[in-house]
Design a binder for this molecule. Sequence first.
Ligand code: CDP
Ligand code: MG
Length: 672
Amino acid sequence: MASLDRATEAEGYVPTAAPGFYRPSTTLPITAHKRALIYAITTYPVTILIGETGSGKTTQLPQFLHSLGGFTKDGKIVACTQPRRVAATSVAVRVAEEMGVKVGDEVGYSIRFEDMTGPTTKIKYMTDGMLLREALVDPLLSRYSVVMVDEAHERSLATDVLLGVLKKVRRRRKDLRLVISSATLQAEEFLRFFTDGEGESEVATIVGIEGRCYPVDCLYLEEPTEDYVEKSVQTVFDIHLKEGEGDILVFLTGREEIERTVRTIAERSSELHPRAPQLLPLPLFAGLSNDAQLAVFDAAPENYRKVIVSTNIAEASVTIDGIAFVVDSGFVKLRAYNPHTGIETLTAVPISKASATQRAGRAGRTRPGKCFRLYTEKVHNIVLPDASIPEVQRSNLAPTILQLKALGIDNVASFGFVTPPPAELMVRALELLYSLGALDDYARLTKPLGVRMAELPVDPMLSRILLASVEMGCFAQILSIAAMTTVQNVFIAHNSDSNSKNVSESKKRLFAVEEGDHLTLLNVYTAFTTRGQKAAKWCHEHYLNFKALTRAVSVRGQLYRYLLRFYPDLASRNCDAATEVEIRKCLVTGYFAHAARMRPDGTFRIAGQEDGEVLWAHPTSVMFNRKVDWVVFHEVVETGKKTFIRDITSVEKKWLLEGAPEYYRVREGRGV
Ligand code: CDP
Ligand code: MG
């Protein structure tokens, strides 16, 4: 694995046994506060930690605690949770390197479908969602001596639920220590949350560690821009030609936009004078391959200026050294769930003032910097909200409620959320879980269905489908389909030019099944697993993502083992007779809530919402530009001005009515 470090920084580097170099931790701001921190954590059950990004909280604090001995003896573990998988894995790699150990030994990570920990693991980086899953089998989290909830101020849905659960666990485990890492603004709120009803002075304390940061000069647009993508490219070139040295970090909203921008910058930089300094544009987003992700951390070659074009990942979770200029589009993609339509979209919305400040700060980590905001000062002061709305107030809560019920928290309305979700979202989630059969008339978890659905590490609709597939004799196929929907970017273009995109599209048609994307994914999976040794070459030739497919194989194996626990005779059951119709009917058992109908003009509407939002088949779907009547789909995505549905399968109206009579009964007036 390549080192994440830059060998060019001025500060003293010391060689280690591990490959690469790193900045000795003694120079990080947190080191000066080591004793104060250890005192706080050993004295108070809850420590709220405030510090600038880059001060060493995530990488150093777990190591401090480990070095004390007591927190990691007798098999106890120090956990550090992250809202993002990329952060959990990349930080674990970094810390293992610092300690000169292999990832999976003393330092490990655990994210959904990927457990890189072992019997000797003492420091464990994990997603907040994974720790919640562990609470299902170990409600008091007894393996952990310390839980550090990192980036708590981001208020991801899983973080919020975890905080509520930890608050309960702490009351029953006097030895448990909690560290909540937060931005300054929210520290008091967390303090109040953990101390309510108890003497503040005994329960929790706030420790601030000053960060290393230099002044950042913020510049605004005089006139608003119509096209922030184009404007960001222009700004990059302006900086490159007019400003001094230092790399550039551009914040955009999503993968498509980022890839387009990287291409444009590369194209236009070919017009630069060949002997003048060049630009090296690099993308950074969550679905990126590991290698491409690590490239972002490497120093640019001589005579090149790095331009990292990133999603919100680079705002706080991932730290890249050497950035002197930030270009801030002012937008971020956020999940938003509409309880009336029952669809969840990922939409670009204006960032908060807190985000804007954080983004600007990325330019001042190692020297004074500049931030170019692609919006006017007026917009910043008047339009941008102070902080963004926590996810718990704008998400589909069905997975959360299912989990809380499985944790034995029956009265979800009185669960101690940091910020309670709106009643509408709760009601809608309960309704969906009821129609999926996970809850009974009294909103209690059904046995065994609801209990098993909560245990499966996929969303409730998909877990319902998996469980139905066993009864319906098509679990072999559904397992493959489920695994394929959890991995991203199965189909790839070798280069980002449009010609190779066309080749990739025509290759995809080799696997295409008229009935839709799910059966197409099944075809790809089946073809892949029969290639054996030649699979990598075969993938390359067919424009398929070898890593994604390999991952799908592993995910399928894990899902199979879950089903095997529920149905010990699974291995003796045979699915060879399952027909395509049966597989599609099985998909309806969960996806009925994502049903839509095509209109004569080729667009879709959600079942029962004739005047509802206009939906389009995603260009990557085999249903793109095709005639079809009723369909179910996996998800909704919004890009620019259109709302797309993705992973689509054609179904019959009567299956919807048969498969989910309850749903169409309870959602009276919105029936098919
Ligand atoms: O958590 P916090 O933002 O306070 O800092 P950190 O993630 O512990 O990072 C401390 C230092 O380690 C920073 O200077 C990073 O540049 C460096 N680091 C790195 O080079 N590579 C990583 N994968 C993580 C951190
Ligand atoms: Mg951190």
